[in-house]
Design a protein. Structure first.
Length: 135
């Protein structure tokens, strides 16, 4: 590959897991059904169903109507349903209608959450409820 100056440009492949997979759901794509992948998924379109994968990234125009289970979730778009992940990152344009269960959480200014936040201790062995945390 060459860049505009005519010099050879390096091309980095998309992020891959050990299975070598990375899937992108484009902004003009609508999926009605569940998605299960051992690899990483980038959603820029609409998914009406549950999503289970390694790393999930939802772009600003992306939307999931269903539950999400992943190792990591980076959200710039919309989710209508619960999220369960080890690491959750909510960018400023993120909108969630549902509970979020996490070990590590990062929320940028502007993100909107309509639901409960549940910190998962030791990979999901114990949930710390907001009532217990207040004591």
């Amino acid at each position: 590959m060459f860049d505009r100056s005519g010099t050879k440009a390096s091309r980095r492949p998309a992020a891959k897991d050990s299975a070598g997979g990375f899937s992108v759901i484009a902004s003009d794509v609508k999926i009605a059904g569940n998605i299960t992948a051992g690899a990483d998924i980038q959603i820029n379109g609409l998914v009406e169903g549950d999503v289970q994968c390694g790393h999930l990234s939802i772009g600003e125009g992306g939307c999931v109507v269903g539950s999400i289970t992943a190792e990591t979730v980076t959200l710039a778009g919309t989710v209508e349903g619960p999220i369960s992940a080890t690491k959750v990152e909510l960018l400023g344009t993120a909108q969630i209608s549902g509970d979020v269960s996490y070990q590590d959480l990062r929320i940028e200014l502007g993100a909107k959450i309509s639901g409960k936040l549940h910190w998962i201790q030791d990979r999901g062995l114990k949930l710390v409820k907001s009532e217990a945390a207040a004591e």
